[in-house]
Design a protein around this ligand. Structure first.
Ligand SMILES: Cc1cc2nc3c(=O)[nH]c(=O)nc-3n(C[C@H](O)[C@H](O)[C@H](O)COP(=O)(O)OP(=O)(O)OC[C@H]3O[C@@H](n4cnc5c(N)ncnc54)[C@H](O)[C@@H]3O)c2cc1C
Length: 490
């Protein structure tokens, strides 16, 4: 029987929670990770990983994210990290081997992982969060922690503990549209690549206003098997006009994937509904019913319309709906779009990001984007406001709707998790509140563990000069399409 008293309790075993628990466990803190599913990885266990580099191809995330893709890559379960003009960089990651690796590393670090264990409530004494209530096959129990880290993606611990949070856009509270991701196999790589290289298909809309950058990228496609897709609007329109496609999506969105064991695949990120409230069970349930229905139609679309996909087949549907945005816990600092665009650094930075502000439009089609510069994520954005004992990492850090649209990608969530786990462990082991741990000590521990926090300048990728670079001031010109009322959840 596991203990009920821990130094650090992490709620949620997605990318952020894995990193938080691992960093805490490796720091010597007695660490418990609580996960409601039968695997760790959360949404990251279905997707390629984007944003190790900023849009100038400077490395902004290292540390645990690097360790994970490195270990997976050496075993043939991840691609090399390749560059991309909008997303900075990406790696294809084999979803199942990632789950295997993560669980193994957690156990090796001495982390107790409770599976099929659902966080149901927060224990709060005055201004301190002291533990959580967990429901599992064994029944209901209280576990206490000197520090609790909310990595639930939904800010569940904060919400139940009466800690301030926000959700969605300021004007209407709508969150980014969610997607049930699936993977297709059996892609004819050469035929698909040729279509991407043909400007008529406009496979990557961001490059269209810059023909010389498109030509440069088309040449680069000869050298990589893993690359991002965001376009093909003409094909989608053709299928919609023919009555063959009703999904409220106007572009092919996804990633061409390739690892040694899973070559010739596409990650398809096109199912979609509008108006989801990810904290409402009825809304979530209706969303699931809708997006599952969209999968077969999209597969038919790929077979009938997309070059190189004629013989494709379904490989996997993600084990959970991809909720891009939910509650954002308010912390001692709220990261904003202005911070990201200006590339602001803070004295207490414990992680970095450089991924563009990538908003899957909450009430329209396609995405809105703003370019950013390598920015710092301060410790204060990982500490919940007005309480002691509660930190957060991943999708629910203290950031605005716009800023979270950049910080939400997997490598950055891992970096936040590593930072929160390290800080929490140092606090718990020294018997202090995290706010009174000298930040230099936390930063020193992170640097020693290989994390990038920008103290000594950032390294540009050695091949950077041969890749297209989008202008920072590039504007988001793609118009919003009219989306049928039926796309909205009632
Ligand atoms: C559709 C979609 C496509 C994306 N595409 C990419 C991409 O290509 N590349 C990229 O880098 N990023 C991508 N992202 C962003 C990125 O995948 C996520 O933002 C990131 O993985 C979030 O990690 P997380 O750990 O914060 O949250 P999650 O992955 O949501 O993890 C939360 C974990 O907490 C658990 N949990 C929740 N509530 C409870 C509870 N009450 N009790 C116990 N456990 C609980 C969940 O089961 C889950 O394991 C995408 C996101 C979405 C939604």
């Amino acid at each position: 029987m596991h203990s009920s008293e821990w130094d650090v309790v992490v709620v949620g075993g997605g990318a952020a929670g894995i990193a938080a628990a691992l960093a805490s466990g490796r720091s010597g803190a007695r660490t418990l990770l609580i996960e409601r599913s039968g695997f760790v990885g959360g949404v990251s266990a279905t997707l390629p990983w984007l944003g190790f580099h900023d849009q100038r191809y400077q490395r902004v995330v290292r540390g645990l994210a690097d360790e994970f893709v490195g270990a997976l890559g050496r075993a043939g379960h991840a691609s090399a990290i390749t560059l991309d003009p909008k997303c900075g960089s990406l790696a294809a990651v084999h979803s199942h081997y990632w789950k295997v690796l993560a669980l193994r590393l957690l156990r090796e670090a001495g982390v107790m992982v409770l599976m099929h264990a659902v966080f149901v409530d927060t224990v709060r004494r005055g201004d301190r969060i002291t533990g959580v209530v967990v429901e599992s096959k064994s029944g209901r129990e209280i576990v206490s922690g000197r520090v609790v880290i909310d990595c639930s993606g939904d800010g569940d611990v904060a919400a139940r503990g009466g800690v301030a949070w926000e959700k969605g856009r300021t004007e209407d509270g709508l969150v980014q549209s969610p997607t049930l991701v699936f993977r297709l196999g059996g892609i004819d790589d050469d035929a698909f690549r040729r279509a991407c290289q043909n400007p008529a298909f406009n496979y990557r809309e961001w490059l269209a206003p810059y023909p010389h950058l498109f030509t440069q990228m088309a040449e680069k496609l000869e050298t990589v098997d893993t690359y991002v897709l965001g376009g093909f609007a003409g094909l989608v329109e053709q299928a919609r006009d023919a009555g063959d496609l009703h999904v409220p999506q106007t572009r092919i969105v996804g990633v061409k994937l390739h690892t040694r064991e899973t070559p010739h695949e596409l990650s398809v990120v096109m199912t979609r509904v509008l108006g989801l409230d990810p904290t409402d069970v009825d809304s979530l349930s209706e969303a699931y019913a809708r997006v599952y229905e969209q999968v077969p139609e999209l597969i038919r679309f790929f077979r009938a319309y997309v070059p190189g996909c004629e013989g494709t087949h379904l490989v996997e549907i993600a084990p959970m709906l991809g909720v891009r945005e939910s509650r954002r816990i308010m912390g001692d600092y709220v990261l904003t779009a202005e911070d990201l665009v200006a590339g602001t650094r803070h004295e207490d930075d414990v992680a970095m990001g450089g991924y563009h502000i990538d908003i899957h439009r909450p009430s329209g089609s396609w995405v809105s984007s703003r370019n950013v510069q390598a920015y710092g994520i301060p410790l204060r954005a990982l500490i919940a406001r007005d309480v002691d004992g509660l930190m957060m990492a991943g999708k629910c850090i203290s950031a605005t709707h716009e800023a979270i649209a950049s910080t939400r990608v997997i490598p950055i969530c891992i970096a936040e998790g590593q930072a929160a786990g390290t800080a929490a462990a140092l606090a718990a082991l020294s018997g202090r509140d995290v706010r009174s741990v000298p930040v230099a000590g936390i930063q020193g521990a992170l640097v020693a563990a290989g994390a990038e926090i920008g103290l000594h300048g950032l390294e540009r990728h050695p091949d950077a000069d041969s890749w297209p670079e989008l202008p920072l001031e590039e504007t988001d010109a793609a118009p919003d399409a009219v989306i049928a009322d039926s796309a909205w959840l009632t």
